[in-house]
Design a protein around this ligand. Structure first.
Ligand SMILES: [Zn+2]
Length: 445
């Protein structure tokens, strides 16, 4: 964490919640938070038990992902628990404590000349922009709502970086209720030019889901189709890609969006619009569908305004040095974690999950493990394991199993079949575990 953050801040974050409760520890902690040092204890950055552990999990996931991409262990990683773009070197901000993105990008820079960071959260990616504002090794591009006091208040069109980083920060400030058509059009136009000019070696895409219609804090009017189009478009470049989460305050739509985008990431675009029955099924009523409609609100982004934004962005790109290079260096800083340690952890997790499968409570355990794996690993094969184990995709995989096995080598299919078999054994052992939607509906009414 201290590759980016100050030691003083990380030490404070670690000690602000006592590990063991005692009167003395409580009083010390109260003293620590009294003046809200490092912005901790503020209403946007509350202190809670597990605050440091959460930061470790989130950051560790992105860091592992960067190392896996560096060593070509995969070409795509997802960490939905990452993407905490507001955290600064010396302070927390906007629900973000540790900036996993900056830390992952620093790791990527050990093996990549130029890293492109793209941010589609409704809020400006200020922490990441600030960290790389003076360098041309990282280009940051943020599409966000801007103006009228909207948090964090930065991300003006004319904020373009400085020093060697001049023109390597790009901001696309949007007005309320931007719709799918407008959002995808400006995203594709700007990002096509950015790619041409900057020629990145690796890409980090922050997919904050507060840029969806109906978000409690956001003001966009996009659906998961428009949001997901950004993921599909960037993935189509075929560059090493790290996909991260971020904001999102209408929780059921965050789940819809990231499930859909995980599907897109593994080239699966046939997700059934009817949601499979799951423990949280009731939250998705009354439609119980994957997709949802935007609101009736009219976009305040006129065609003239969006054309103006695009024209100005293109001007900035024209002025930018084309694909800047770093001199050849003999010394590559060592990896933060060794590749062997990442592999060993993966094997350990898999064997734990298998052990748990024969025990009572296997489903719950598998869910936890799947989440942990999601945080630390990525790529298509791992996605098969995640989905298979958690049962999320069992329904469609059974209907169309061959589609899923991209390389036709049976690896993915075998994993998925194992998971399906386990699920059907559980279902036959316990009739309450039916996964059929109609059966659920019948029971309900
Ligand atoms: Zn946000």
């Amino acid at each position: 964490m201290c590759t980016f953050h100050s030691e003083d801040y990380i030490k404070h974050l670690k000690s602000v919640v006592p590990q063991v409760y005692s009167e003395k520890a409580h009083n010390e902690a109260q003293e620590l938070i009294k003046h809200k040092p490092h912005n901790l204890g503020d209403s946007d950055c509350p202190i809670f038990p597990g605050i440091f552990e959460l930061s470790e999990i989130s950051t560790g996931g992105s860091l592992d992902a960067a190392i896996m991409l560096n060593h070509k262990m995969t070409d795509l990683c997802i960490n939905w628990a990452g993407g905490l773009h507001h955290a600064k070197k010396d302070e927390s901000s906007g629900f973000c404590f540790v900036n996993d993105i900056v830390i992952a990008i620093i790791e990527l820079l050990k093996y990549h000349n130029r890293v492109l960071y793209i941010d589609i959260d409704v809020h400006h990616g200020d922490g990441v922009e600030e960290a790389f504002y003076t360098t041309n090794r990282v280009m940051t591009v943020s599409f966000h709502r801007y103006g009228e006091g909207f948090f964090p208040g930065t991300g003006d069109l004319m904020d373009i970086g400085c020093g060697e980083g001049k023109f390597f920060s790009l901001n696309v400030p949007l007005k309320p209720f931007v719709n799918d058509e407008q959002f995808t059009e400006i995203f594709r136009s700007v990002m096509t030019k950015v790619r041409e000019h900057y020629r990145p070696d690796a890409v980090v895409l922050q997919c904050g889901a507060d840029s969806l219609a109906g978000d409690k804090l956001g003001t966009h009017n996009t659906t998961i189709k428009g949001h997901g189009e950004c993921v599909r478009f960037v993935k189509s470049w075929g560059l090493p890609l790290l996909i991260l989460g971020g904001g999102g305050y209408t929780i059921k739509n965050v789940a819809r969006c990231w499930a859909y985008e995980t599907g897109l990431s593994v080239n699966y675009n046939k997700l059934d619009n009817n949601l499979p029955v799951n423990d949280f099924y009731e939250f998705y009523g009354p439609e119980y569908t994957l997709h949802f409609k935007p609101s009736e609100a009219q976009s305040q982004n006129s065609k003239e305004y969006l054309d103006f934004l695009k024209a100005r962005c293109f001007q900035h790109l024209q002025a930018m040095e084309h694909a800047p290079n770093v001199g050849i260096q003999d010394y590559v800083p060592r990896d933060f974690f060794s590749v062997e340690s990442i592999e060993a952890r993966q094997i350990q997790k898999q064997s734990h999950a298998q052990e748990a499968d024969v025990e009572d409570g296997a489903i719950e355990f598998q869910r936890t493990k799947s989440l942990q794996r999601q945080q630390t690993t990525g790529g298509r094969e791992t996605a098969a394991q995640i989905f298979g184990d958690s049962g999320i995709l069992e329904g469609f995989i059974r209907r169309d199993p061959d589609y899923y096995d991209d390389e036709n080598d049976g690896t993915d299919l075998a994993l998925v079949r194992q998971a399906s078999d386990r699920a059907s054994q559980r279902s036959s052992a316990n009739p309450e575990n039916e996964t059929d939607r109609d059966a659920y509906e019948e029971r309900k009414y």
